[in-house]
Write a protein that binds this ligand. Structure first.
Ligand code: PMP
Length: 378
């Protein structure tokens, strides 16, 4: 049995998601915009999925727009909000450890006349709420902070940051990339004080190529996809009914068991942490507190990430070096936390899902020791 421990990169689709996608491909294959019954049935499937995502975010279904994934959601929300509201206000405050789909959107806006202030994390990997809040002023059009970091699992104090920002600067738009926290940490949109939220399907046992964005009622975002006006003009293009249906089905299948999934991940994380703490050649990079248990990042002394990754692969164990999105390159997240290059170069990210088991953790711990013994000698 393979030990798939790279769930922050992507997850295995659940049975419910696969069944829903199959039904939409075989029977319910209409175009939701068509006026006849076949079209209507497809539209109903999209509506049902929209309700499910809305239920998970505790918001109105009409606030949910489907996209091709979190990359598109982040691009659209950040650039679209900055363009709409940023005629005079030109400052944006963002954490320095965002996913590239956020960071590259920021770089694009910088080239187009915006000033971007990046808030570095503390040694723990967490953003200091007060430091973030202090950087926001009357000239700030947008504040963006992720919920859970995809490399370390650190949970950011987003609720505290956004609540304070809204109190002092109600016109500042707040955006949260909630991809790694969705269906892991219960999210109540109103509590979070986020105007805009990004989520992705394939991180929650749905399929690749689908995501969603939450846009608070009354908030305007310039669309990036122009055409037939689908999704109330926010995202033109014929809706991918199979992918959207699968996303909805996956969410429905998991919504009631968020606490159980969390405890399972916590148990696995603690088990692995304990084993790693006993090995003097391992440094744990993920902080012990304010941490999402689905991700654990550590470094193996003197062995580059890729070398260990491929050793583990030879044992049928699949992990990641840093984040799968920054393939081969240095982890800017670990560097921003002040972790020395040598340690960052040997970082391994283990990420659990609700399908992960103790057996997988045991297999990983054994293989890591074997790997160190054989690789360190070379
Ligand atoms: N944001 C975060 C925090 C992520 O971890 C990822 C996926 N690595 C994305 C955005 C991009 O998601 P997608 O693959 O759906 O575009």
């Amino acid at each position: 049995m393979p030990a798939y421990l790279d769930n922050a990169a992507t997850t295995k689709p659940c049975e419910e998601a696969v069944a829903a996608a199959l039904a939409a491909m075989t029977d319910n294959y209409g175009n939701p915009s068509s006026l006849h019954r076949v079209g209507l049935n497809a539209e109903l499937a999209v509506t049902e999925a929209r309700k499910s995502i809305a239920a998970a975010l505790v918001c109105l279904p009409e606030c949910i727009t489907f996209t091709s994934g979190a990359t598109e959601s982040n691009n659209t929300l950040i650039i679209g909000a900055a363009e709409h509201y940023g005629k005079r206000k030109k400052k944006i405050v963002v954490s320095a450890i965002e996913h590239p789909s956020v960071e590259e959107s920021m770089k694009y806006l910088e080239k187009n006349g915006f000033e971007v202030v990046r808030i570095k994390p503390q040694k723990t990997g967490e953003i200091d709420a007060d430091e973030f809040i202090a950087a926001v002023d009357y000239n700030t059009v947008l504040a963006s902070c992720m919920l859970v970091n995809n490399e370390t699992g650190a949970i950011m104090p987003v609720k505290k940051i956004f609540t304070q920002i809204k109190r002092s600067y109600p016109d500042c738009i707040t955006h949260c990339d909630a991809v790694q926290g969705f269906l892991k940490i219960p999210i109540k949109t109103a509590d979070l004080n986020a105007d805009l939220i990004t989520v992705s399907g394939h991180k929650v046992h749905a399929l690749k190529g689908v995501g969603a964005m939450y846009i608070k009622k009354g908030i305007r975002v310039n669309p990036r996809m122009l055409g037939g006006g689908q999704e109330k003009g926010m995202r033109s293009g014929t809706e991918s009914v199979p992918l959207i249906s699968a996303f909805g089905a996956a969410v429905r299948a998991q919504l009631q068991t968020i606490p159980t999934a969390w405890s399972n991940a916590e148990e696995l994380n603690n088990r692995l942490r304990k084993k790693l703490a006993a090995l003097d050649y391992i440094t744990i990079n993920s902080n012990a507190e304010d941490q999402c248990p689905f991700i654990l990042n550590f470094s193996v002394k003197g062995i580059r990430s890729e070398i260990m990754l491929h050793f583990l692969e030879s044992k049928n164990i699949y992990v990641s070096s840093g984040s799968a999105c920054s393939k081969g390159s240095h982890s800017s997240v670990l560097t921003a936390m002040g972790i020395p290059d040598k340690v960052a170069d040997s970082a391994i990210r283990v990420s659990f899902s609700r399908m992960s088991s103790c057996g997988e953790v045991e297999a990983l711990a054994t293989a890591l020791q074997e790997g160190y013994m054989s690789l360190a000698k070379r």
